[in-house]
Design a protein around this ligand. Structure first.
Ligand SMILES: [Zn+2]
Length: 399
């Protein structure tokens, strides 16, 4: 399975993956998922929001145990973020069948569409739509960098954009959702008590959000405009990036400007508009609100000195997610007391947790690097992840 997926959407220059929603690479990933489903004699379903499902047992029976993740990627992402969860799900199911396990509940594997939000700027679109956390109008207004709207992209890929929206009936079938994912930090690798810990269980997802900062100044000639006559939004932006780092460090939070747009974007032109996107995360919502508030205040203050008007728009926000404690403790018990750790990264499991009991398993990532081709996991650890997932599925679905 890993070899099949390896070449899809890989950029041969960077070795990173570019599997964006509703592109040719995405279509190839989806075809792979469907082929895996059919090769195992599972029931294939494509839901209204573009999520794919592979069912063992009656999809409508209720109290299903569902596992899975996503196959799309960030720009030049690694091979493991997402696909490890989907591949491990199929492998865990194979393991259960090889053992002759008899599930008493329906089991399903899901591939959630557009988890990373790389193309349209909003993460977890497939699960958000299904869970009713993103309405149709807002989804229809999403645009990619080339101005292609989500409905246009869906239509070009052969999907019906009019059908998207909440799907409570589908969620009501699920008794528990478990997502296996590569760890996006080094907590498992850092365990210093001498224990070998290839797998951990998630406790919570930090609250996080994305904010767009628009710095409006005045475009002008870089050679003829005196420094004192300039209204240069790049200065305000640069200062805000530094302030964000400082505020986050002081509060024990995270703040990142990782995307920026400049107009007119000329070497010999003072910028007229700088647009910077802030991603911020913190252990609790109060801290997050305080950090973002302070960054905004720092931007506005600096803007006054630079003659730059600052406007801030919150583009997305995901509250803190505490995974279902019963399910988390059950998993930890089934796996013999593995580490329990929080994460700063958002996941479909986090979106679903508002509607169904969800849990996550993390597989050790020795580099701790994520959203980059340097992300990695050892083969033994991946197999330990499959074994853990099989154990969890058996514990949840076969008794
Ligand atoms: Zn992921």
């Amino acid at each position: 399975m890993w070899r099949d997926l390896a070449p899809i959407g890989r950029n041969t220059t960077t070795n990173g993956y570019r599997r964006y929603a509703w592109t040719a690479a995405d279509t190839d990933c989806r075809a792979w998922f469907q082929a895996q489903t059919e090769a195992r004699g599972l029931t294939y379903e494509l839901d209204r929001n573009g999520n794919q499902w592979a069912w063992l047992g009656d999809p409508t029976a209720g109290d299903a145990v569902v596992t899975g993740s996503h196959l799309d990627s960030v720009p030049d992402g690694g091979a493991f973020d997402g696909p490890l969860g989907v591949v491990s799900s199929f492998a865990a199911l194979d393991e259960l069948r090889a053992r002759g396990a008899h599930p008493t509940k329906p089991l399903a594997i899901v591939n959630f569409g557009d988890e990373e939000g790389a193309r349209f700027g909003l993460a977890c679109v497939g699960s958000r739509l299904t869970a009713g956390q993103l309405d149709k109008d807002r989804a229809h207004a999403l645009r990619d960098a080339d101005g292609v709207t989500l409905p246009q992209a869906m239509e070009r890929a052969g999907y019906d954009p009019e059908a998207i929206g909440p799907d409570p009936e589908r969620l009501a079938r699920i008794g528990a959702f478990v997502e296996l994912h590569i760890e996006q930090g080094r907590a498992l690798d850092d365990t210093t008590d001498g224990k070998d810990t290839p797998v951990g269980v998630a406790s919570a997802i930090w609250p996080h959000g994305r904010w767009r900062f628009d710095f409006h100044g005045e475009a002008n000639h870089a050679g003829t405009t005196r420094l004192e006559d300039r209204r240069d939004p790049m200065l305000t932006y640069a200062n805000t990036v530094l302030a964000a780092r400082k505020k986050a460090r002081t509060a024990g939070a995270l703040a990142t400007f990782g995307k920026v747009g400049v107009e007119p974007n000329g070497v010999n032109a003072i910028a007229g508009l700088v647009r910077g996107w802030l991603d911020s995360r913190a252990p609790d919502e109060e801290t997050l609100a305080a950090v973002v508030g302070e960054i905004e205040r720092a931007a506005v203050e600096r803007g006054q000195r630079d003659g730059v008007d600052v406007r801030v728009t919150r583009e997305s926000f995901t509250p803190v997610v505490e995974f279902a404690h019963d399910l988390r403790d059950q998993l930890s018990g089934l796996l013999g007391g593995v580490p329990v750790l929080p994460t700063g990264a958002g996941h479909d499991a986090g979106i679903l947790s508002a509607s169904v009991p969800t849990a996550m398993l993390f597989v050790r990532n020795p580099t701790g690097v994520s959203h980059s081709p340097a992300e990695t996991a050892g083969e033994d650890d991946c197999l330990a992840g499959v074994a853990a997932l099989a154990q969890v599925l058996e514990g949840l679905a076969c008794h």
